[in-house]
Design a protein around this ligand. Structure first.
Ligand code: GRF
Length: 205
């Protein structure tokens, strides 16, 4: 079975949705390790409740380069069986840009969730960007990670209507509900080997 590594920085609600789905035997994957760059991430406690091993590689005050930081992450992933051959890495609210070395090493094996319909509103504060733009629809996107920010082949998206009365917070709340459906679904598609990448686009088979 594939081994899953999840990288978090905070709340960990997407991680929790994935772990719940695995526990209910909906996804054929072994949750090996949860790593946080933030020792105070609430998600660490949630992972422990699920009986999943956790590690912290604190990024605050880390004096080395991005590649050096990622080397530490890669070493923990590898030790826990999350390898280039038999692993999947999920970024779930991991608030760091990962190095090209990391992306290369786990080519097409790192996925991310973004709270907007990419390629619209990449980067930070996606829900705020959506509200301010006047768009009528937003949502979430699960995508493979490449060396860009929120680029990379799109696996699946879910749509949320933007209401006239929406604030960043109210929209974020409704998008998050869709994220909790989308991320486990994408992990399942990956684990069942149903995602092909052809010319930079995914095909779900
Ligand atoms: C989510 O909105 C996700 O789309 C974004 O960061 C947030 C993480 O939330 N990348 P959580 O830690 O999964 O609750």
């Amino acid at each position: 079975m594939l081994n899953l590594g999840i990288l978090i920085s905070g709340r960990g609600s997407n991680m929790e949705a994935i772990l719940k789905s695995i526990k209910r035997k909906k996804i054929p994957i072994n949750p090996s390790i949860v790593i946080s760059n933030n020792p105070n991430a609430k998600g660490l406690k949630i992972a422990q409740k699920f009986g999943i091993k956790t590690e912290v590689v604190e990024s605050k005050g880390f004096s080395g380069s991005r590649a050096e930081y990622d080397k530490k992450i890669i070493s923990i992933l590898t030790k826990n069986g999350v390898t280039q051959k038999n692993g999947l890495v999920c970024l779930a609210g991991f608030m760091r840009i990962i190095s090209p070395e990391f992306v290369r090493k786990y080519k097409n094996r790192i996925i991310n969730i973004h709270p907007a319909l990419l390629p619209s509103f990449p980067g930070l504060d996606a829900q705020k960007q959506a509200v301010e733009s006047g768009t009528k629809y937003s949502g979430c996107t699960v995508h493979f990670v490449d060396s860009g920010v929120d680029t990379g082949p799109i696996i699946l998206q879910k749509i949320v209507k933007v209401l006239d009365a929406d604030t960043e917070e109210t929209l974020a709340k409704r998008i998050l509900q869709k994220e909790h459906q989308a991320y486990p679904e994408a992990v399942r598609l990956f684990a069942e080997n149903k995602i092909k990448i052809i010319n930079g686009k995914t095909k779900i088979i």
